[in-house]
Design a protein around this ligand. Sequence first.
Ligand code: HEC
Length: 191
Amino acid sequence: MQHAGMNRLALAVGIIAFGLAVVGCGGEGGEGPVVPPPPAPAEYADKHMPAGWWADAKIIEEGRELYIGGKNPDVNCASCHGKDGKPVKAGARDFRNGERMKMYSDSVCFWRISEGVPNTKMKPWKSKLSEEDRWKIMAFERNFGLAGKGWDTAKKDWVSAAEVGSGAAPAAAPAAAPAAVPAAPAGKSGK
Ligand code: HEC
């Protein structure tokens, strides 16, 4: 009995200490070491910004409205992440940190906005924001740390937003894809 009690106390102390450590990192504006985020799970890995949106001023403006809670007060990213991307709540990601943000592909970012980050104040937003609205917010939000850039799905990197929609990206890769499975359907073609 007593033993179990002690264990529980130790656990509680541990949790509190860990919590303080986490808050400490966030509060200083330094967010600890910049490490890559985990990869997006399968259902998000192929989701990408709609064509042309990175450079679309109207979309970006709609994203800004959403981000500051202008359309729906229940969705106010700025209440934690700050209107200018400077966090106002401890632990919220600093979007001005381009070194960190550039490690997030559009899919990873979209996944995090959709599903949140477990055990943090970052909630899932998919029930309150349509997919389109989530992309609009991202089109706005990336400008804090990655001004004027967009994710190039072929290069797997952030490039100038104007370049993303230019048609250069699709031309980069297509040759490789069809070559992989040529033979199988031929035998069946008779019936
Ligand atoms: C209640 C505070 C709060 C609100 C509101 C909030 N966030 Fe966050 N957000 C956080 C915190 C805290 C983190 C850091 C989570 C972590 O430790 O990985 C975070 C992280 C993120 C990340 C990075 C995820 C990662 O893997 O590091 C993105 C992108 C993000 N938020 C976008 C948004 C968007 C878009 C909105 C509005 C729809 C929003 N957040 C609203 C608190 C908030």
